[in-house]
Design a protein around this ligand. Structure first.
Ligand code: PEP
Length: 241
């Protein structure tokens, strides 16, 4: 079971330090792969403070290192000992990242041996106009010949940060559809996940984990979701025996 947090640009330095102080006693469950995508500035300090945890970057440049002011290369990310990268988040797509640009970012990530969590998901308009499968097919195309290690996060745009969660039927339907295209790839769900709804979402067999935004900012809410992830991972292990 994967439990990934996304702090976006919403975590202050003081907030990250409080999180680290609160989480310092926690020993990660080997059955739950926990990781936080944090701001590149916060990652080194967080890695120092929470040595048992993994931290990933939220984006990388599509360019090789060179004269690109303001950008962060995949190589720099990996030079800091970071192994994971979030790509294709809908907030980045909304800010203008096209499939073509994401394809080049994927290549940079692969060259730097970064593992990817690649986000896909439809907008409300695409869903209402019956374009869900077209949208997902287009967004997943970049992964078809991708030789980097990756997992996929299905995050309906209308569910991110809105308090609205996709129904269990919808999550299962989309996850099974993606799974048919990428049979060996873990598929996470993201979109307003919180302690109250996380157990039932993780209870779906096709859900390989969660990508949690707002509820990952504070240790008290992430800890509850981590405990539920451990329970679900144990149930799955029992079933597999
Ligand atoms: C996200 O940022 O990927 C996300 C799912 O956010 P939230 O949990 O706040 O909806």
């Amino acid at each position: 079971m994967k439990l990934f947090g996304n702090w976006k640009m919403a975590q202050s330095r003081q907030g990250a330090q409080s999180f680290a102080a609160d989480a310092s006693g926690y020993r990660p469950d080997p059955l739950v792969e926990s990781l936080i995508f944090a701001s590149c500035l916060q990652i080194p300090e967080m890695m120092e403070r929470l040595k048992d945890w993994s931290f990933g970057a939220q984006d990388c440049s599509a360019e090789l290192p060179g004269p690109y002011t303001g950008q962060v290369s995949a190589r720099e990310i990996s030079e800091f000992g970071v192994k994971d990268l979030l790509l294709g988040h809908s907030e980045c797509r909304a800010a203008g990242q096209s499939e073509e640009l994401l394809k080049r970012k994927l290549e940079r990530a692969k060259e730097a041996s970064l593992r990817l969590c690649y986000c896909v998901g439809e907008s409300l308009q695409e869903r209402e106009e019956g374009r869900l499968w077209d949208c997902l097919s287009r967004q997943l195309e970049n992964l078809e010949n991708c030789s980097a290690e990756f997992c996929i996060a299905y995050e309906p745009v209308w569910a991110i940060g809105t308090g609205k969660t996709a129904s269990l039927e919808r999550i299962a339907e989309v996850h099974l559809w993606i799974q048919a295209k990428f049979p060996k790839v873990p598929i996470l769900y993201g979109g307003s996940v919180k302690p109250e709804n996380s157990a039932e979402i993780m209870g779906l067999e096709s859900v390989g984990g969660l990508l949690v935004g707002t509820a990952s900012l504070k240790w008290e809410s992430l800890e509850k979701i981590l405990e539920l992830a451990s329970l679900e991972a144990q149930k799955r292990r029992q079933r597999a025996k």
